[in-house]
Design a protein. Structure first.
Length: 157
């Protein structure tokens, strides 16, 4: 990312924030949800980051906690102002889940934080997801919660 691109991202975030400085404006935003762009959407450049980059594949929607605006930034740009964001891990976990059906702790926690699964399902999944053997009832519930997680986070737009 070039300094000009950084500047554009920073200015766009400030313009959409209540604060007037970068250091304050970036604190107003949090990750709302993620999506994957379809191959066609990527090819046609359907999604554009606030920095100006087009052809985004990994979409991060952020929300301002003060004015409730929702904006789209790419996975690379979100890390410019949310240093502790785990977007790479979340996207990697989603890709692995799609490919193998295996759900990671990162994906379990993300699903819970974003109300895909409730408190009970979160605790249950954490208790049993790494067990080698589950009872028939546990296995059935595990599969149901896993399907719910996959449906809730593996969304292509």
């Amino acid at each position: 990312m070039t300094p000009a691109t950084n500047f554009k991202l920073f200015q766009e975030i400030i313009d959409r924030s209540e604060a007037d400085t970068w250091e304050e404006a970036k604190k107003e935003w949090s990750l709302s949800y993620i999506r994957f762009a379809s191959d066609d959407a990527v090819a046609y450049g359907k999604y554009t980051c606030l920095c100006g980059h087009t052809h985004l594949k990994e979409l991060c929607y952020i929300k301002n906690e003060y004015n409730l605006k929702t904006e789209l930034v790419g996975n690379c740009c979100i890390k410019k102002f949310m240093e502790d964001i785990k977007s790479d891990e979340i996207f990697k976990s989603v890709k692995k889940a799609i490919k193998t059906g295996k759900i990671s702790k990162v994906l379990i926690d993300y699903s819970h934080e974003h109300d895909v699964i409730n408190d009970w399902e979160h605790r249950f999944f954490l208790d049993v997801y790494q067990k080698k053997s589950k009872t028939e009832k546990q296995q059935a519930k595990y599969e149901a919660v896993k399907s719910k997680i996959l449906a809730g986070v593996c969304i292509r737009v």
